[in-house]
Design a protein around this ligand. Structure first.
Ligand code: MG
Length: 394
């Protein structure tokens, strides 16, 4: 019986998607040479605007089922987008529901990935989760469905992969970590503005914000890294993946991006996970779990000096908003996420200065009454309301 894992990659033309296909090609090359027992068959691809690359990927990996997700205008609720048929077309959600597979790599960025990710979870698939917005907006719904349907949520985000590795990867998330863990630390590079004074940050250009010092990533996550909103989203993501209260999740600035996360146990011992800042490492672990194969990513340079500092929550107010969203509960995460998506869009298109991004998110949270987040429709309603609020303000 050949050991084959069938994989769907949602968001295949983005940064995580292209690196996922690179890792799959690498693992299949190991398999060909008898050095890895599993072969990976790509059985579905979904992507947005880059249809040429999508077609090239489908041809290279022999994929029969692809779908082209049209992004909706960002002030309307995103539910996978409308459909363009190429060549067996369907929405990303429909692709997931209609294609037998073992692993779904959820790498569509933003709320547009929620419906398809939730579908994979409801089908009990193993989900390699790169879309943090899914958990930020719909953490209770997605982790509840994962527990009910027996789906595994294997973190692809480097910090959460790091936490998982510190805890021991035998059990897959979602987990409920007990009192043996005092708290955990997620590291943040600090982004390109780590040492900029507040006055200079107000004049930062899009090009400045896209110059990330250590990681090479998509535009949305790179801007989120510059505001530290990325770390804010990751605090909420850690809450849902590992069942940790906000008081047990801390953030440290670590400019070298070598230590990705630490677990501090109740007895005083701490375990940290290290690796070169290369997303192919956490992507590969999600694909090979529970085993490990020879990697294709950059190798850690052990002579690097490691620095750590407390985050400046005055210059980077986004971080505080994550803790507030966790305290508020309900749909506060959906509100935060949607407001941020619109605000980042506005910054990227030159409509607002950099420091306005976090202000707009705070404005949306200040002006939204508590809302429930028990169903997809409630979450999409909260998402829609926050987008409209920020658009009106712009
Ligand atoms: Mg991360």
């Amino acid at each position: 019986m050949p050991d084959v894992r069938r994989v769907i990659v949602l968001g295949s033309t983005g940064s995580i998607g292209t690196q996922t296909l690179e890792v799959i090609a690498h693992l299949n090359a190991l398999h060909e040479r008898g050095r890895w027992s599993t072969r990976y068959d790509v059985v579905g691809l979904a992507a947005g605007s880059n249809t040429d690359l999508l077609a090239a990927q489908a041809a290279r990996f022999g994929v029969q089922r692809t779908c082209h997700v049209q992004r909706q205008p960002s002030d309307s609720p995103a539910r996978g987008g409308t459909l363009t048929v190429t060549p067996v077309g369907c929405e990303a959600e429909e692709l997931v529901r209609s294609t037998e597979c073992d692993i779904v790599v959820a790498a569509i960025s933003g709320m547009a990935g929620l419906a398809a990710t939730l579908a994979a979870v409801e089908l009990g698939r193993t989900v390699a989760l790169a879309n943090k917005e899914t958990l930020v907006a719909a953490g209770a719904l997605v982790t509840g469905a994962a527990r009910r349907c027996g789906a595994r949520l294997l973190p692809v985000d480097s910090e959460h992969s790091g936490l998982w590795q510190c805890l021991g990867i035998a059990a897959p998330p979602p987990l409920s970590i007990g009192p043996e863990v005092a708290h955990v630390t997620l590291t943040a590079s600090g982004g390109p503005f780590r040492t900029w004074p507040a006055s200079k940050m107000a004049t930062a250009t899009v090009a400045d914000a896209l110059k990330h010092p250590t990681w090479s990533m998509g535009r949305k996550v790179t801007i989120d890294s510059a505001t530290l909103m990325n770390k804010a989203l990751e605090v909420i993501e850690a809450h849902w993946l590992f069942g940790l209260g906000a008081d047990r999740i801390r953030v440290l600035i670590h400019p070298q991006s070598i230590v990705h996360a630490s677990v501090h146990f109740a007895d005083g011992s701490s375990v940290s996970q290290m690796g070169a800042p290369d997303m192919r490492t956490p992507i590969q672990l999600a694909l090979t779990w529970p085993r490990r194969a020879a990697g294709c990513a950059a190798v850690l340079n052990p002579s690097t000096t490691l620095e750590f500092e407390e985050p400046d929550t005055e210059r980077f107010p986004a971080l505080g908003l994550a803790y507030r969203a966790l305290a508020d509960g309900g749909a506060a995460g959906a509100t935060l996420n949607a407001a941020n998506e619109v605000a980042v869009d506005a910054f990227l298109s030159g409509r607002v200065p950099f420091t306005r991004i976090a202000e707009l998110v705070r404005f949306a949270m200040d002006n939204t009454a508590p809302r429930p987040a028990d169903s997809l429709s409630e979450i999409l309603a909260a998402d829609h309301a926050a987008r409209r609020l920020v658009r009106e303000k712009l």
